[in-house]
Design a protein around this ligand. Structure first.
Ligand code: THU
Length: 128
């Protein structure tokens, strides 16, 4: 699975975003080490704080399916954005420091930026 195909899946997922309050669509496609892909979109709520980000939706879907070994995640949004702090910590629970995080705008998926997990969240919290 190359980056371009992963972004195509993330874009499909973004179409399902439930973002009636922010109107900010986000889609994520999480690639496992054995080539499976789990997608997610943001799901908002009238009680704003209950909103779930696209990245966490994708991770939960993978974990629920019994997959825990990940290679990369492609994230597209109305405007290019890196994962929020909560999603960084949530991702860091399961991935290696070299895990790739790819981000792009929905309208310009080929102009994507690549970060490593380590770069996005140094000194993550781990249980002592
Ligand atoms: N959002 C994500 O899906 N992922 C992030 O990493 C940051 C923000 C969503 C949450 C909310 O539905 C909308 O973007 C605006 O904050």
């Amino acid at each position: 699975m190359n980056d371009r195909k992963l972004f195509a899946l993330a874009r499909d997922a973004a179409q399902n975003a439930y973002c009636t309050y922010s109107h900010f669509q986000v889609g994520a496609a999480l690639l496992t080490q054995d080539g499976k892909v789990f997608c997610g979109c943001n799901v908002e709520n009238a009680s704003y704080g209950l909103t779930i980000c696209a990245e966490r939706t994708a991770i939960c879907s993978a974990i629920a399916a019994g997959c825990r070994d990940f290679e990369s995640i492609a994230i597209v949004a109305t405007q290019r954005a890196t994962p929020c702090g909560a999603c960084r910590q949530f991702l860091a629970e399961f991935v290696q420091p070299t895990f790739r995080v790819l981000v792009a705008a929905l309208v310009e998926p080929d102009a994507y930026q690549v970060y490593s997990m380590e770069e996005l969240l140094p000194h993550q919290f781990t249980f002592p």
